[in-house]
Design a protein. Structure first.
Length: 292
């Protein structure tokens, strides 16, 4: 009987602990979701029209989602310290607003991922679009994983879309659904503004996700993401060599350069196999750690 009472007491205490913990977590989430954010935002200096009845609600949704999606938001803040210094000058050189770096954030979380549809890299290019923009894409070399080249290709797409739409906000939306998709809907619905369009859910949320990540990443401590500089990923010092020949064995090549194969692929993710089939004599820049 004493043993039964003791077990019952332990179970009761455990239940109280779980309930108290769940209550604290719930209270913390509620507090976080009610963080006050600016009531006026812009994308590429184009104001967000908060007076439209659904706009504030759609923005609120993405702010709440990303304030509470702690693991991903922490990772993109840490990764941005390494990726943004490469993206930013390429955007600036092409006259593309700096805010488009946050488009890369929502596309890939600043990682070389593959989508279910087969889009790859930080800018998430499909094979046909990548080739159209001058990127080499095959089983041996895939320049969708080459951040500098892929960013330049993204700029070319964005500038082409800007010529067509005149609005950077519509340009951003077209990156998700395509220029033809945006053009068709603008014509069908007889409007000229992203915020007036009825769109599929993913595209409807797309610009608001960019706005939310932009706000959080520019003001992380305001939203309880207290990540010191020494916790962020850093851009390593590198050097590069020009290669215009075939490399039949990248493992041996890496060892000759004083590194291992894993390190070679870390710095050059566009190399997709253990050899470089360069029968045409094309010039490639292979990146190496600066201390090698």
């Amino acid at each position: 009987m004493k043993k039964i009472v003791a077990i019952a007491s332990v179970v009761a205490l455990s239940s109280l602990f779980i309930f108290a913990t769940a209550t604290r977590i719930k209270e913390k989430q509620i507090d976080t979701s009610h963080t006050i954010y600016p009531k006026q935002m812009d994308f590429a200096n184009e104001n967000v029209p908060m007076h439209i009845v659904d706009v504030e609600e759609r923005l609120d949704r993405e702010m709440i989602v990303n304030m509470n999606y702690h693991s991903n938001t922490i990772l993109v803040i840490k990764r941005a310290n390494k990726v943004f210094p490469i993206i930013e000058p390429i955007l600036a050189k092409n006259g593309v607003p700096d805010d488009f770096k946050y488009l890369a954030v929502i596309e890939s979380s600043l990682a070389n991922v593959t989508s279910p549809a087969g889009a790859k890299g930080i800018w998430q290019f499909m094979p046909a679009t990548a080739k159209e923009k001058g990127l080499e894409v095959n089983s041996n070399v895939d320049e969708r994983y080459h951040l500098e080249k892929a960013t330049q290709a993204a700029c070319e797409y964005l500038l082409e879309a800007k010529q067509q739409f005149g609005s950077w906000t519509l340009v951003a939306a077209s990156y998700n659904v395509g220029m033809n998709g945006i053009s068709r809907r603008l014509e069908e619905q007889q409007v000229s503004n992203y915020y007036d369009l009825l769109l599929p859910e993913e595209t409807s949320r797309y610009v608001f996700r960019i706005l939310a990540l932009k706000e959080i990443m520019k003001n992380p401590s305001k939203y309880n993401f207290n990540i010191s500089d020494d916790m962020k990923y850093s851009l390593p010092e590198t050097t590069s060599i020009t290669v215009a020949t075939e490399i039949p064995d990248l493992v041996a090549f890496a060892k000759e350069k004083g590194i291992n194969y894993k390190t070679l692929k870390y710095y050059n993710p566009w190399l997709r196999e253990d050899k470089l089939n360069n029968k045409s004599g094309k010039q490639y820049q292979i990146v190496l750690p600066a201390n090698q």
